[in-house]
Design a protein around this ligand. Structure first.
Ligand SMILES: Nc1nc2c(ncn2[C@@H]2O[C@H](COP(=O)(O)OP(=O)(O)O)[C@@H](O)[C@H]2O)c(=O)[nH]1
Ligand SMILES: [Mg+2]
Length: 273
C-alpha cells in the first residue's frame, strides 16, 4: 500500500510539476489581450503550498491526489467558488482569470484515506481556449459552473460537457453547480431555472447538480463532498482492480514454475540399439 502511495504521489506530483514548469509562450500575448473589465489577474493569491508539504501528517494513511477542472462561462463564479471552498472567503470584485489558475486543498475522506484536490480554475473566455485545453489532460473530475440567473451561462453548460467528453474518459465524474442562488429571491424564477437546468442535465448525462452560492457558501461543501466521493469510488475500484491483476499475475507466474517443475527429464542415454 505504501509503495502504491509513493508511486502514485510521485507520478501525480511530477505530472503537475511538469505542467507548471511548461513554458507558456502564448502568455506573452496576454498583455495585449484586453480584459473585459477591471484588472487582469494572473492570480498568485492562492495557496502556493503543494501537497508534498503534508508528508509528515500522513501517518499510516493512504493518500491520493485528484486533479479537478473547474470550467464554465466567464463571470459564472468559478474563481469565487474555488475561493469559497479553499479559503472560506468571498470578494465582490471581478478579476478576469487569464489562462488557468491552480490551488489545492487536502480533504480527509475517512480513517484510511486523505485526498489532495488539485483544482484548476480554467478561464471561461473563448479567447483563452488555446491556453486552457492543455490543462484538461489527466483530469480526474470536472465541475461545470453556471450562473443560475443567466440563461447564456446555463446554455453554455452543454458545450463544456461536450468538450469534457471529447477530452476525458467515459466514467469521468462531472458535477454541475448552478451558482449565485443567493440572487434567486423570486420563487417562480427559481422554479423555472431549476426546471431548465434539470432538463439540460438529463440531456447531457450530467449525474449530479447543486444550486450553490459562493457568496453565502450555501451547498458549496456539500457539492464538493459529493464530487470527492465519486472520485474516491473510482479510485478504490481501480485499486481493487490493480490488486486483482497483481494476484492474477502472481498466480500465473506460480503456474508457470509448477509446469516447468513437472517436465519429465529427457532420458540421459538412448537405448534404441
Ligand atoms: N451574488 C453573487 N455573486 C457572485 C457569486 N459568485 C460570484 N459572484 C460574483 O460574480 C462575479 C464573477 O465571479 P468570478 O468568480 O470572478 O467568475 P469567473 O469568471 O467564472 O471566475 C464577481 O463579481 C463575483 O463577486 C455568488 O454566489 N453570488
Ligand atoms: Mg475567474
Amino acid at each position: 500500500m505504501a509503495a502504491r502511495f509513493d508511486n502514485q504521489r510521485s507520478d501525480s506530483m511530477s505530472r503537475i510539476l511538469d505542467t507548471l514548469k511548461e513554458p507558456m509562450p502564448e502568455l506573452a500575448d496576454v498583455d495585449e489581450v484586453k480584459p473585459e473589465e477591471d484588472d487582469v489577474d494572473v492570480e498568485d493569491d492562492y495557496d502556493d503550498d503543494t501537497a508534498s508539504d503534508d508528508d509528515d501528517t500522513l501517518g499510516g494513511k493512504d493518500f491520493a491526489m485528484f486533479k479537478v477542472l473547474v470550467v464554465g462561462m466567464a463571470k459564472s463564479g468559478k474563481t469565487s467558488l474555488i475561493r469559497r471552498f479553499v479559503h472560506g472567503t468571498f470578494a465582490e470584485i471581478y478579476k478576469t482569470t487569464v489562462g488557468a489558475d491552480y490551488s489545492d486543498k487536502t480533504v480527509t475522506v475517512d480513517d484510511t484515506l486523505d485526498v489532495c484536490l488539485q483544482i484548476w480554475d480554467i478561464a471561461g473566455q473563448d479567447r483563452f481556449a488555446h491556453l486552457t485545453r492543455r490543462y484538461f489532460a489527466n483530469a480526474d473530475a470536472a465541475v461545470i459552473v453556471c450562473d443560475i440567473t443567466s440563461a447564456p451561462t446555463i446554455a453554455a453548460v452543454v458545450d463544456w460537457k461536450r468538450e469534457l467528453d471529447a477530452c476525458c474518459s467515459e466514467d469521468f465524474p462531472v458535477l454541475l453547480v448552478a451558482n449565485k442562488c443567493d440572487l434567486l429571491d423570486d420563487v417562480p424564477r427559481a422554479l423555472e431555472s431549476g426546471a431548465s437546468i434539470q432538463k439540460m442535465v438529463m440531456q447531457t448525462g450530467i449525474e449530479d447538480w447543486f444550486r450553490v452560492s459562493a457568496k453565502s457558501g450555501e451547498k458549496v461543501d456539500e457539492a464538493m463532498d459529493l464530487l470527492v466521493s465519486r472520485m474516491v469510488e473510482r479510485y478504490r475500484a481501480k485499486e481493487a482492480q490493480d490488486d486483482a491483476d497483481l494476484q492474477a499475475d502472481a498466480i500465473a507466474s506460480r503456474e508457470i514454475i509448477r509446469l516447468d517443475a513437472c517436465v519429465t527429464p529427457a532420458p540421459s542415454r538412448c537405448d534404441c540399439s
